[in-house]
Design a protein around this ligand. Structure first.
Ligand code: FDA
Length: 314
């Protein structure tokens, strides 16, 4: 439909350097960024995590940045995560996974030509060691479909030493129901989301209704399994189905959780937490907010108008 078309157009347009420069400069960008991003510094991420704690919300913190092609930059990202984990520990926010971290492998070196996978794995391993020291966990975000196999391979390798490492699966991919079956075993942490990238029909459902049906099939597998499902969606129907499936399978409230993005449906986040469910907020911070912001804007037609206006006024 029209909103799918708009979303596709926006995601394509956003790849242009000229568009990127215009958006980053546009004054209106600042207020949009402030809604979806905690700030640019480690201290901002820690502060917002503390604020969310006061309303019983947990966090998973993402240092923004992706498609890093230089080793030094990948190591800088790794070091930022280490600093973040240290700061969370100091603020007494990391124990028992109250605040965990989300890592994109492309931010820690996966896209570096040649040995990118090995570099990313080494950096991710250092982040996992630091997380373990301060009593929390790491989830590897999922990026576009060309990286799915390599990312799942990294999850598998890391889980040998850190069995609590979480994976993200995207319901829009045809393969995901099978991946859910593979990852529904004991101890496995899986975040299920719809998927945020522009993907071809050869690998992904294109119709929103088909994505939703796939999400429900995947959720059934995860909730029936022995792992720890992380239900990442703002879609009220899917949240309701998640709750119904959890009680159908007799799951206790600490055996699964809901997750939403910072700035999206905040009142609903609080309501879900108030009802005694675990609610975790995905909290991005850092200077490199462009790619993340574009995907958030593409999710809502109203946001697309905002984006175009910000271009026109720049
Ligand atoms: P959908 O987009 O259908 O939205 C349902 C409703 O939620 C909308 O009608 C609207 O009311 C509200 N809403 C959704 N997005 C909004 C927005 N941006 N602004 C305002 N309202 C909005 N993707 C990925 O490919 N890899 C990943 O690793 C992750 N990780 C991840 C972690 C967590 C915790 C979440 C919540 C999401 C992700 N995602 C992700 C993103 C995910 O794939 C998806 O793009 C978004 O969550 C939007 O999909 P919904 O399930 O919310 O449904």
């Amino acid at each position: 439909d029209a909103s799918d078309l708009l979303r596709g157009a926006l995601l394509q347009l956003s790849g242009s350097d000229a568009v990127r420069a215009a958006v980053v400069k546009a004054p209106v960008s600042r207020s949009v960024v402030a809604r979806y991003v905690a700030g640019e510094e480690v201290a901002d991420a820690v502060r917002v995590t503390g604020e969310l704690r006061s309303t019983n919300r947990l966090t998973t913190i993402d240092h923004l940045g992706e498609d890093v092609t230089e080793r030094a930059q990948a190591e800088h990202t790794r070091d930022t995560y280490l600093a973040l984990l240290g700061a969370l520990d100091e603020a007494d926010l990391s124990r028992f996974g109250a605040a965990e971290v989300s890592v994109k492998l492309s931010a820690v070196g996966q896209a570096i030509p040649g040995d990118g996978d090995a570099i990313a794995l080494e950096n991710a391993r250092a982040i996992c060691e630091a997380a373990e020291r301060v009593g929390t966990t790491v989830t590897l975000d999922m990026e576009d479909h060309t990286t799915t196999d390599r990312t799942l391979e990294a999850v598998r390798a890391l889980r040998e030493d850190f069995p609590w490492v979480g994976a993200v699966l995207q319901a829009y991919l045809h393969r995901t129901e099978a991946d859910c079956r593979d990852l529904a075993g004991p101890g496995s942490r899986v975040r299920l989301c719809k998927g945020a990238y522009k993907e071809p029909a050869s690998v992904a459902y294109q119709d929103g209704g088909d994505v939703d049906l796939s999400y429900v099939r995947c959720l059934k597998v995860l909730m029936a399994g022995e792992g720890y499902p992380m239900v990442a969606t703002h879609d009220p129907r899917l949240v309701e189905i998640g709750q119904a499936l959890a009680s159908h399978h007799g799951r206790s409230p600490d055996s699964y959780e809901f997750q939403m993005l910072l700035g999206v449906r905040p009142l609903e986040q609080k309501r879900i937490a108030d009802r005694g469910h675990q609610m975790r907020v995905y909290l991005p911070f850092g200077e490199d907010w462009y790619g993340y912001l574009v995907r958030r804007l593409a999710e809502r037609p109203a946001n697309v108008r905002f984006f175009l206006r910000s271009l026109a006024s720049s």
